[in-house]
Design a protein around this ligand. Structure first.
Ligand SMILES: *[C@@H]1O[C@H](CO)[C@@H](O)[C@H](O)[C@H]1NC(C)=O
Ligand SMILES: *[C@@H]1O[C@H](CO)[C@@H](O)[C@H](O)[C@H]1NC(C)=O
Length: 225
């Protein structure tokens, strides 16, 4: 009991907010992203399995991406807010890292007080088999996010973001699925990840070749990814 209270206190102390997602959970999300690169839209689709740890300020993800119907990629991504580092492991097991450019206090997962309420207790489903969701609009300067969460426990359901990323316009829709509370394998969030001790530094703002490297692991503004 004590530890649950401590967890909640630890997370909600961050800032005044309408609600925060559970402090530790696992789940999946599927996404469709369109990025306009040099005037051409590039669509990528995929899904992500993820572990979210607001207590230790880390997010781990496995991404499966299809870019423009043909190119398939898999990545493991760890965002470690404590060391301000993003690690990316590609499907050949190569490990890269670069600065997240976030402070510990920037860890996401809460709906800030100044968000715009778009909908409250909107019913999803039919008959007895319903849940209700609340929807908010969050403004991040160049990016706007619409996020719907369950009304009772602030579990993410769907997020739509649009804006500009490294000078390219983008639109992304993500659905969250199969979320379960707690972390079944917290060791997977160790930093650096296994095999990443000698990760190569890279600059995510390169624009040659594939247009998407800068979006790897960047799937939810709201969650702070
Ligand atoms: C909400 O507050 C944050 C932090 O105080 C600020 O950066 C952001 O611009 C504000 N958003 C709006 C819509 O006022
Ligand atoms: C979600 O869970 C159901 C039931 O366990 C499973 O059949 C389905 O494949 C899962 N979906 C994803 C995307 O993990």
């Amino acid at each position: 009991m004590y530890s649950i209270v401590a967890l909640l206190a630890c997370v909600s102390a961050a800032a005044a907010s309408i609600c925060c997602v559970p402090p530790q959970w696992e789940g999946s999300h599927s996404f469709v992203t369109t990025i306009v690169h040099n005037g051409k839209p590039i669509v990528s689709t995929g899904y992500v399995t993820m572990a979210f740890d607001a207590v230790n300020r880390k997010i781990g993800q496995y991404e499966y991406i299809t870019i423009g119907n043909t190119v398939q990629r898999r990545y493991g991504v760890l965002l470690d807010y404590n060391s301000n580092t993003k690690y990316i492991i590609n499907d050949q097991g190569r490990c890269y890292k670069h600065a997240l450019n976030r402070r510990k206090e920037d860890f996401g997962g809460c709906i800030p007080d100044n968000s715009t309420v778009v909908g409250q207790k909107d019913v999803v489903g039919l008959g007895d088999n319903v849940m209700t969701v609340d929807t908010y609009r969050l403004d991040f300067g160049g990016v706007v996010a619409y996020i719907s969460l369950t009304s009772d426990s602030c579990v993410p359901v769907v997020e739509t973001i649009r804006g500009s990323l490294d000078g390219s316009l983008f639109l992304q829709n993500s659905h969250f699925l199969n979320i379960t509370g707690g972390l079944s394998a917290p060791e997977n969030l160790n930093a650096p990840p296994k095999g990443c001790e000698a990760a190569i530094e890279f600059n995510p703002h390169f624009s040659s070749g594939e247009a998407v490297p800068s979006t790897i692991g960047r799937r939810s503004y709201f969650l702070g990814l």
